[in-house]
Design a binder for this molecule. Structure first.
Ligand code: GLC
Ligand code: CA
Length: 547
């Protein structure tokens, strides 16, 4: 018998591909216009065909939905909008039959203000739950300090009953939890263990780098006790199972990521870091302050993360999630070259080391949406509009930021077919369907030979067939080139070569390695005779055995 390997050396998630579902926009089974758990169950065959290993579900726990479920009022129940606990158990079981694991979204930085803990906490300073949250004394109208909340307004809210302010990094309905309190931490661990017993395959940890806050010193991210808390959390919960865990960490550097994803399994499997995804904004400003993508910087960032985590940590690989605009509209071309650029971006990302995440609809090349302000639903977008109008911005300028970066770009309903409401619901959808669904939808792409969907399906399969995807060492090529993103991945016996034209004009590449690159595993153009010429948004992946 071999000793149980409790480190991250040989974990299943190193050759896995994870699919993110935003439940309210995925599939509606009961005509109320909101996606639900039974809707997901109906689509499991679709996901099995795509070939993914796990589903990360954005929050489905009970919630007043002030921030679409990222404000949880009961961590051990399902929101009626999505179904029941029995539906959740059925989803875990049905997914299991198809070898798909369910990853839940743990929102542990804050709860809803409607959570029992907070309803108690605000009653009096003596209440046993009071200290589950972060309070500061003060007088009404005199805020403890000038910290701001992420969705606008101050980070402090007055509660007359206790004569104190509570701290909230997000909306007023998302009071921050006080991780300094060991009783709170214990309750959280018990809750997680309860979900683990239900057969959950992993967790995504919402804004996890913000839990160890010290508001008096204005510290929210990477607080001094963060890694201590994480190690305790992991020891008390995750380490008892064979889970995948991924932390959302906007403040992660490669150094910190090596702590989070240390192969000794003491914290998490990996983190989502956002260095690459924040590049198209004016440095030091907000995401709404648009700037062109500095392409060479993008390569530098990817290259550094690939190099520094090699053997010392693990990367997550993603272009999209429910907070980000659609990548094909953002860094590809959602017009003339939508198909080519969506595939190129997929090939570019999926050849790297790490665990790739696909956000629902990405496998179809779904695009951003442009609509009237009335059609937006996201609290962040709506607050931004109001704030910037008050500050004197022009309406057109604000709308340009929203078109480019609104979270609702990712939240329009999944486009299943060319029927009414894209096959998402036969009720009234909670948010507008992107009108391009007649052209862009799953049914069409599953039937078509060279669709974006087929490209994703193949990339997922290749990762399973060739060990070099998980283990190969990364080497960036043509670092100074202004159009080409190229790299190799090399293990003891084989090599991958990925070469992508990131832009819309034909380019000639001066790269020796191309001649001996071996067999073309996947590409987005047919019949390429000249290896050294790349068409608009062309992407290719070669493989060869090393002699
Ligand atoms: C994370 C989530 C986002 C949410 C926020 C507050 O960033 O991804 O959707 O609004 O945390 O929970
Ligand atoms: Ca529904």
């Amino acid at each position: 018998m071999t000793k149980k390997d409790n480190t991250n050396q040989t974990k299943w998630w190193k050759s896995a591909v994870i699919y993110q579902i935003y439940p309210r926009s995925f599939a509606d089974s009961n005509h109320d216009g909101i996606g639900d758990l039974q809707g997901i169950i109906l689509k499991l065959d679709y996901l099995e065909k795509l070939g993914i290993d796990a589903i990360w579900l954005s929050p489905v726990c009970k919630s007043p939905q002030d921030d679409n479920g990222y404000d949880i009022s009961d961590y051990q129940d399902i929101d009626p909008m999505f179904g029941t606990l029995t539906d959740m158990e059925e989803l875990i079981a049905e997914a299991g039959k198809r070898h798909i694991r369910i990853i839940m979204d743990l929102v542990l930085n804050h709860s809803s203000d409607e959570h029992y803990w907070f309803r108690e906490a605000r009653k009096s300073r003596e209440n046993p739950y009071h200290d589950y949250y972060v309070w500061r004394d003060g007088a009404e109208g005199q805020l403890p300090n000038d910290m701001r909340a992420a969705f606008g307004g101050p980070a402090w809210e007055w509660v007359p009953e206790v004569g104190q302010y509570y701290f909230h990094q997000f909306s007023v309905k998302q009071p921050d939890l006080n991780w300094e309190n060991p009783k709170l931490r214990r309750e959280i661990y018990d809750m997680i263990n309860w979900w683990m017993e239900k057969g959950v395959g992993g967790f995504r940890l919402d804004v996890i780098d913000q839990i160890a806050k010290e508001p008096d010193r204005k510290i929210t991210c990477n607080g001094p006790r963060l890694h201590e808390f994480l190690r305790e959390l992991s020891r008390e919960t995750f380490q008892k199972g064979d889970l995948v865990t991924v932390g959302e960490a906007w403040g992660a550097t490669t150094e910190l990521a090596k702590l989070y994803s240390n192969p000794d399994n003491s914290e998490l499997s990996m983190v989502f870091q956002f260095e690459h995804i924040c590049l198209d904004q004016i440095p030091g400003k907000e995401k709404w302050d648009l700037a062109p993508l500095p392409f060479r910087k993008l390569k530098e960032v990817f290259g550094r993360w690939q190099r520094e985590l090699y053997g010392k940590g693990w990367n997550s690989l993603f272009w999209n999630n429910h907070d980000l605009p659609r990548i094909v509209s953002r860094w590809g071309n959602d017009n003339e070259y939508r198909v080519e650029s969506a595939k190129m971006l997929a090939i570019l990302l999926h050849g790297m080391q790490g665990t790739p995440y696909i956000y629902q609809g990405e496998e179809l090349g779904m695009t951003n949406i442009r609509c009237q302000l009335e059609d937006y639903r996201d609290i962040e977008t709506l607050n931004l509009y109001r704030e910037r109008l008050e500050k004197g911005y022009e309406k057109a300028e604000i709308m340009d930021s929203i078109y480019a970066k609104s979270r609702d770009n990712a939240r329009t309903p999944m486009q299943w077919n060319d029927g009414e409401n894209a096959g998402f619901t036969d009720g009234e959808p909670w948010i507008r369907v992107n009108p391009n669904y007649q052209k862009i939808n799953a049914a069409a792409q599953m039937a078509e030979e060279d669709s974006i969907w087929k490209c994703y399906q193949k990339l997922i399969r290749l990762r399973k067939e060739y060990p070099v995807f998980a283990e190969g060492e990364f080497q960036m090529l043509l670092e100074e080139d202004e159009n080409i993103f190229a790299y190799t991945r090399t293990d003891a016996c084989s090599q991958l070569l990925v070469i992508c034209n990131f832009y819309g004009s034909t380019v000639e590449v001066d790269l020796e390695e191309l001649e001996s690159a071996g067999e073309l595993l996947i590409g987005n153009y047919k019949d390429r005779k000249q290896r050294r010429v790349l068409g608009p948004y062309e992407g290719r992946m070669y493989w060869r055995e090393l002699g």
